[in-house]
Design a protein around this ligand. Structure first.
Ligand code: ZN
Length: 607
């Protein structure tokens, strides 16, 4: 009989060592300080209506209206960061839920209060506006900012219509919120056995570890049990995903975009051919993935390779295990090629408690970097003592250093960056870590293990995220064409797509048909393709950094400092990679093939 005492349970938030939690007091000393700014911002938001109708008077008025608005958005972002970090550290905490809900509502109010700005700006005659931009020196810092708005000239509706849409923001986000609450707080997973035969309550974090187990029965059981829970809720989850897709399609449609993809990509000024080239290139290189999973089946010596056999290391038991303290040292060494300035800021992140390290009950799953212009770039982790967590640490540190350099080198209006360039900073760090580890451990067994990790990373980022991107695009198109997105419809297509990607050497288990139901990124609106393009671009950039050429390293650091001061594609061109061409994708697949060859040679020697 199983007693509760036998079950390894997650600690509650209060039980976590404060040394392993982030310190949010530099944002707000206490709740009273938060409330005080909250009141102030609420009043400022109400006063913004006085700005309405002013900007058409001339360039000086335009400057003053822009600055009045930014003066309110800036502290509102600070409130947002604090409330969302608090919320994510324990999503089951009622006070944090209330804080987050209250702040979300404030932001919706702010959005609706300034919804007139874009339409008013666009009501100014284009030639006249251009004259203002040339003649008024105080507008100079806002030229690119204004261009990003006027680029969408034909997609902005009347002030009244935009205000109405902004007011509906909360309601339109309901499907996405429902998914988050269900997935992060309400879903309860069964108790399973870990590698040591210990009973453990399944969670997203525990699953990520067990699916990498070298014991087939452990990973199989984790897989079956996890999906049994999602399967039970598949109709609800189809409804939340469908609701979210409908929101994207609705917004694209009323703003006169061809479709949701065009709407999402043009907000970053990125041509849809970047997405299509990726999908085409990945399909051309599917034989490499099939070859890799074939090697996997051969080495694991299994009669059949299942979906739950895709994450276990195939090059022996992992010798590489890191405590968080050890991982920090390794991260500093691996990133040293980025130069002393970069390293000094990584140390600052470690020493100033910007990182929330371990998993606790109710904590948001996964990992992220989050911060705004007036806060540190915080990092949420769910630490496990393995190589994967070390990679996650350098990944999120890549985001945080990008934020750090941007906020310290750009004015507020350019103090953020597009997601398209964001994933490049994080994956470049991962690529540098791979290179560092391959140099550090020359013995064949460890080489094979690290190569395996790289190949799995490439599979998970370039192939898998492109599979997600294809699925996402398909369901948006199907919904637009009037096809109901039922659980059966979604699962049927997902399974077929999965078979195409992994080929005949992998059994596409029936459970995998439900995978769409548990992927938070499908709620992000054409987000995932950027993981794949980012990984491929990082391959080129890491080669440039590792060449030792200081000019190339500076090109890279200049990209980190650019923020949103220019269009993403242009920023990347200056950093050394042209993402409108397929050359960078070809280079990435060539690197994958080369390491696949190395890996294949190594493991065949060992067998
Ligand atoms: Zn990332």
């Amino acid at each position: 009989m199983l007693s509760l005492a036998d079950v390894k349970q997650l600690p509650t938030r209060a039980e976590v060592d404060p040394d392993l939690t982030w310190d949010l007091t530099p944002i707000f000393e206490n709740q009273a300080a938060f409330d005080q700014l909250f009141e102030q911002v609420s009043a400022q938001i109400a006063a913004l209506s006085q700005q309405q109708g002013r900007l058409k008077a001339g360039p000086k008025e335009l400057v003053s209206v822009i600055e009045a608005i930014l003066t309110v958005i800036r502290p509102a972002e600070k409130l947002y960061v604090y409330a969302s970090l608090k919320h994510d550290q324990d999503t089951s905490d009622a006070a944090n839920q209330a804080l987050s809900g209250r702040t979300q509502h404030l932001l919706t109010q702010l959005e609706s209060q300034i919804a007139w700005f874009d339409p008013e700006l666009l009501a100014v005659d284009a030639d006249e506006l251009n004259r203002w931009l040339v003649t008024e020196p105080k507008l100079k810092p806002y030229v690119h900012y204004i261009h990003t708005i006027t680029d969408a000239r034909e997609h902005v509706l009347s002030p009244a219509a935009e205000e109405l849409l902004a007011k509906a923001g909360d309601a339109l986000g309901a499907s996405s919120n429902t998914f988050s609450v269900l997935n992060d707080a309400d879903l309860e997973f069964p108790i399973v056995e870990d590698d040591d035969g210990q009973t453990v309550q399944l969670s997203q974090g525990v699953y990520d570890q067990l699916i990498q187990s070298t014991k087939p029965e452990v990973r199989k059981m984790a897989f079956k049990q996890l999906y049994s829970v999602y399967h039970q809720f598949r109709h609800t989850l189809a409804a939340t995903l469908s609701g979210n897709v409908k929101t994207h399609n609705f917004s694209a449609n009323v703003h006169h975009y061809q479709d949701a993809r065009q709407a999402a990509m043009s907000s970053n000024h990125i041509d849809e051919s970047v997405f299509d080239s990726l999908v085409t290139s990945v399909h051309e290189h599917l034989p490499l993935l099939h070859r890799y999973v074939g090697i996997r089946r051969q080495i694991l010596n299994l009669p059949e390779l299942h979906m739950y056999d895709l994450y276990t290391p195939i090059a022996g038991v992992p010798e590489l295990s890191y405590t968080f303290e050890e991982a920090k040292e390794e991260a500093l060494k691996a990133l040293a090629v980025l130069g002393p300035d970069y390293i000094s800021h990584v140390k600052e992140a470690f020493d100033s408690h910007w990182i929330d390290v371990v998993e606790n009950k109710g904590k948001r799953s996964g990992a992220y970097s989050s911060g705004m212009y007036d806060t540190a770039p915080y990092i949420l982790l769910n630490w496990q003592d393995n190589l994967e967590s070390l990679f996650t640490l350098v990944h999120e540190m890549g985001h945080s250093m990008h934020s750090y350099y941007t906020t310290h080198n750009q004015p507020y209006q350019y103090g953020d960056y597009a997601i398209f360039v964001a994933e490049i900073a994080s994956t470049t760090n991962e690529t540098l870590l791979t290179d560092y580890l391959l140099k550090k451990y020359p013995d064949k067994a460890t080489q094979a293990y690290i190569l395996n990790h790289y190949l799995d990373g490439f599979k998970g980022t370039v192939y898998r995220q492109t599979q997600f991107a294809e699925f996402e695009h398909f369901i948006h198109q199907q919904d637009a064409a009037g096809q109901p997105l039922t659980a059966d419809f979604l699962s049927e297509y997902y399974l077929k797509l999965n078979q195409t990607y992994y080929g005949d050497d992998v059994i596409s288990d029936p459970e995998i048909a439900d995978e769409w139901s548990r992927i938070p990124h499908f709620y992000y609106n054409y987000y995932v393709y950027q993981y794949a393009t980012g990984f491929a671009a990082a391959n080129t950039l890491a080669s440039r950094i590792l060449s030792g050429d200081e000019a190339k390293r500076n090109d890279y650091l200049n990209y980190l400092k650019s923020g949103s001061s220019d269009y993403p594609i242009e920023v990347m061109k200056r950093a050394g990679v042209d993402m409108t061409q397929v050359a960078y994708l070809d280079q990435a697949f060539a690197a994958f093939e080369k390491r696949l060859d190395q890996f294949s040679t190594l493991v065949n020697e060992n067998h």
